[in-house]
Design a protein around this ligand. Structure first.
Ligand code: ZN
Length: 439
């Protein structure tokens, strides 16, 4: 087991007291942090890193994405949700191969590491290949193979996703975990949702799903079932297992109370919500009711990147603007949502804060740059001034994935070539799609 000592770091710990340490040390033994502030007496490090002029903080957790959608970055611009799905996204997805998914996920992994992401919750197709990419990259991942119902699935149907769950649960020294991924209450029939919930309960795994993305979805659900999408999921047993619900924009007060009572993890994706004109997740109200709200980028087809620092900033800005209240989402709250709240949603509550005993999932940002001066308030520097490219070092479970901006686990040159070649080939073809989005 490797022992690492990081010295002379300014540390934004995001511990319960919001402690900030200057010129401090972090000692790491194997996968875990053993001391913060000063190394224990007699700590023999295999490696010492001088982190002068760097800020150290917990790594980011992207709690909702479709990482292989890097292929569709810039391919579905300035469209409403129905045309975005039907005319662009599903045209490409209907012809994806598992090899495409692998290279899309590898491209995403390289981008995520460069931006300081240490863990991601992915929801896509051919997920064995995403698992392979996560394993090779050294990232943590919670993976779901997305299914739409009894038919029109990509790669496998529900029993196949069960096999996937069992194949990869706890793989890569426990860095990879799995769960079920029904697409949404608007694409999946209630009977299928109930079946999925029963299967998840039997397997002892959670569910990752899209929820309440638009008022049209809510209206259609009420017209068809006399239930909101949140009520529909609850009635069909989805919330009987740990659930990650992405978006949750259009919620009644009853919906919010259900999410709070059932301990559902809500993931807001501010970049995507703004770009697709979807609306604003009622984050302050959800937090006030004790809901764990995390952040995600959603797929790069909608947000165009996998930049969690940007999501944290937008999570602050979108609420301040929406409520015309600059005091909302104050201090380090958006950073907590982008780190420890995500880690909790993904099932690693011992990640996301720089405290002894926690997993050594951490990043360093190079603040020897003009936009970092002066350093009155490191949290404000991080949240409102820092850039993803400032991330210089990334560590997951005590292992460096990037040092001095050099990727240690991935061959970036090969990834860029393979991914772009395949993406261009995919959009050059014209195949029929099998699904229609109707909210
Ligand atoms: Zn999504």
């Amino acid at each position: 087991m490797t022992r690492t000592l990081i010295t002379h770091a300014d540390i934004v710990t995001l511990d319960s007291a919001g402690t900030i340490l200057r010129n401090a040390e972090v000692a790491i033994d194997g996968a875990r942090i053993v001391a913060v502030g000063q190394a224990p007496a007699g700590f023999q490090a295999d490696e010492t890193l001088d982190a002068r002029n760097h800020v150290l903080m917990p790594g980011f957790v992207n709690a909702h994405t479709h990482s292989p959608m890097t292929f569709e970055r810039g391919w579905a611009e300035d469209l409403p949700l129905d045309r975005w799905f039907n005319e662009r996204v599903w045209v490409v997805e209907s012809q994806l191969s598992d090899e495409d998914v692998y290279w899309g996920a590898m491209l995403a992994a390289a981008e995520m590491i460069r931006g300081g992401t240490v863990a991601f919750a992915d929801h896509y197709f051919y997920m064995d290949r995403v698992a392979q990419a996560a394993e090779q990259a050294g990232l943590r991942a919670l993976l779901a193979w997305c299914v739409f119902g009894e038919e029109h699935n990509i790669g496998v149907d529900l029993p196949g996703t069960v096999d996937f769950v069992q194949r990869w649960q706890g793989a890569a020294d426990g860095r990879i975990r799995t769960l079920l991924g029904p697409h949404s209450p608007y694409m999946c029939e209630p009977r299928f949702l109930a079946r999925t919930a029963a299967v998840a309960a039997r397997l002892g795994v959670g569910i990752h799903i899209h929820l309440a993305e638009s008022q049209q979805q809510v209206d259609n659900s009420l017209a068809r079932y006399d239930r909101s999408p949140v009520e529909l999921l609850e009635a069909n047993g989805i919330f009987d297992v740990p659930t990650i619900a992405a978006h949750c924009i259009c919620l009644s007060e009853i919906d919010q109370a259900i999410l709070a009572r059932r301990g559902v993890h809500v993931v807001q994706c501010p970049n995507c919500h703004m770009k697709l004109g979807m609306g604003v997740t009622p984050v302050p109200a959800l937090l006030a009711q004790g809901v764990n709200v995390a952040l995600g980028t959603d797929g790069p087809a909608s947000s165009n990147d996998l930049n969690m620092l940007k999501e944290a900033r937008l999570a602050a800005l979108i609420q301040k603007l929406h409520h015309a209240d600059p005091e909302l989402m104050a201090g380090d709250l958006p950073l907590r949502m982008a780190t420890q709240n995500g880690a909790r949603a993904l099932g690693w509550p011992d990640s996301g804060a720089i405290v002894p005993g926690n997993l050594a999932d951490l990043i360093l940002l190079d603040c020897d740059q003009p936009h970092w001066r002066p350093r009155h308030d490191l949290v404000a520097n991080l949240l409102h001034s820092a850039q993803a490219g400032d991330v210089s070092h990334v560590m997951v479970a005590g292992r460096w994935l990037m040092k001095e901006r050099r990727l240690l686990t991935l061959d970036q040159e090969r990834i860029l070539w393979e991914a772009e070649r395949r993406a261009l080939k995919l959009v050059g073809q014209d195949l029929a799609i099998v699904r229609t989005y109707a909210g």
